[in-house]
Design a protein around this ligand. Structure first.
Ligand SMILES: Cc1cc2nc3c(=O)[nH]c(=O)nc-3n(C[C@H](O)[C@H](O)[C@H](O)COP(=O)(O)OP(=O)(O)OC[C@H]3O[C@@H](n4cnc5c(N)ncnc54)[C@H](O)[C@@H]3O)c2cc1C
Length: 395
């Protein structure tokens, strides 16, 4: 160790492991404190166990937050290309699914394993089952208190992640540690998750997966549209298009606004063109009932449901309205929107503007991205930037 700068990383997840590697590569003596029995548990469940670790379409404007300006400087310093090179160097080969990048092994756990192997090779100490309860600056040193020990370092990086998901360790303790140090937290809310809707007849469509276009309306105005495979559930709707809209829907609900979805179950048609299509079908197949005319177009469960409703059939199919009432909760969410207000953070170094020697990385910050590898990219880039500057001698 000798004269090396000592860096403590709180949280051994995606951003914390990346920060540890980069800090160690830049000469620091690094200790990672992880409350779980193993580091990187959330990485292991990403991308349905396959880990969508980044995306070829990487642009700062894709990310969200109250002050997302910070993303540009961070992504500029540790780019998509840097990320690919980094992972190739530690042993990852990539598979490209329409621009979404995965490890060729199709196993998310290889990403955790390879990061941990790299940490070990760089002599990073990973202390597991060490939950940090508080962080403080005393007598010129940063201290991280766990139930049985007080770790000390010259610098500390908070990389606790968010409180989304059922993965152990997603307890939101990072927000509490930061709050006690005086940071403003933008209220964390579930994102990339299903939406509970008003109504009690969803059991009729539960289990259906169908391609549809979903428009999100806030106070009656369309804010965003997403298409893809929608999953119809007993509480409402889920699936990637719904996930993509969810952070806006949930934040708007939290603001007390009226949130609804308009679903087009046949996005290749408008209400008018669907009417024409059905008229033509009726001419061709006069022996088919109204419901039978839809057999080749929609799942049968949906046809049954739509026929029970008295309203205009073509309108029901192309402009199905759902009133959103809630998220499915933090446990079901992949990420949180909200987190540490980025105006309190140096946009170049990710060092706090309130405390010298304290850095932030990952989802703990008020930055989130859509599905597609963006949240991990934020973890890799912000982890790398925090790791780099935390290891620099001159503050
Ligand atoms: C089911 C699921 C699927 C996902 N799929 C994808 C995907 O395919 N692509 C993508 O880009 N993103 C995906 N994400 C999101 C992505 O996993 C996260 O955005 C990313 O892991 C955030 O990295 P992080 O380092 O900020 O937090 P984490 O990876 O959550 O790491 C934080 C770590 O800190 C530890 N910790 C917290 N508090 C303390 C404490 N007080 N003391 C000690 N340790 C502590 C935790 O135990 C945890 O290990 C998915 C998320 C989920 C839940």
């Amino acid at each position: 160790m000798g004269d090396k700068l000592q860096v403590i990383v709180v949280g051994g997840g995606a951003s914390g492991l990346m920060a540890a590697v980069i800090a160690a590569q830049n000469g620091a003596a690094v200790t990672v404190l992880e409350q779980n029995e193993n580091p990187g548990r959330k990485i292991c469940v990403t991308g349905n166990g396959r880990c969508n670790l980044t995306n070829k379409d990487m642009r700062p404007e894709i990310f969200r937050g109250e002050h997302p300006e910070i993303v540009e400087s961070v992504l500029d310093q540790f780019t998509l290309e840097n990320t690919i090179d980094f992972f190739e160097e530690i042993g990852v080969a990539f598979t490209d699914r329409k621009g979404w990048l995965y490890p060729r092994s199709n196993q998310a756990k290889c990403i955790t394993e390879l990061l941990v192997l790299k940490c070990r090779a760089l002599k990073v100490k990973i202390k597991t089952r060490e939950k940090v309860e508080a962080v403080s600056f005393e007598n010129g040193r940063w201290k991280a208190k766990t139930s049985g020990w007080m770790y000390e370092g010259d610098r500390v990086i908070l990389a606790n992640g968010s409180k989304a998901s059922q993965v152990p360790g997603s307890d939101g303790s990072g927000y509490e540690i930061a709050k006690r140090l005086g940071y403003r937290i933008i209220s964390p809310l579930p994102a990339l998750t299903g939406l509970k809707c008003k109504g009690n007849n969803f059991s009729a469509w539960a289990g259906i997966r169908t391609d549809a276009e979903v428009s999100l309306k806030i106070d009656g105005q369309v804010l965003l549209k997403e298409s893809g495979e929608v999953q119809l559930t007993d509480y409402g709707v889920s699936g990637i298009p719904v996930f993509q809209l969810s952070r806006f829907a949930i934040r708007a609900l939290d603001d007390g606004r009226r949130v609804s979805l308009s679903v087009n179950f046949l996005p290749e048609y408008t209400k008018e063109s669907l009417k024409k299509c059905l008229e033509k079908r009726r001419e061709l197949c006069p022996y088919q009932s109204d419901a039978e005319l839809l057999l080749g177009l929609l799942p049968d469960k949906l046809i049954k449901m739509f026929h029970k409703q008295k309203s205009d059939l073509c309108q029901t199919i192309t402009e199905y309205t759902l009133e959103v009432k809630a998220s499915t909760g933090f446990e079901q969410a992949q990420i949180c929107s909200g987190g540490i207000d980025t105006t309190q953070v140096n946009t170049k170094t990710l060092e706090s503007l309130l405390h010298r020697g304290l850095y932030f990385a990952g989802e703990l910050l008020d930055i989130d991205g859509p599905c597609g590898g963006y949240n991990l990219q934020w973890a890799w880039s912000s982890g790398a930037v925090a790791g780099l500057y935390s290891a620099k001698e001159n503050l």
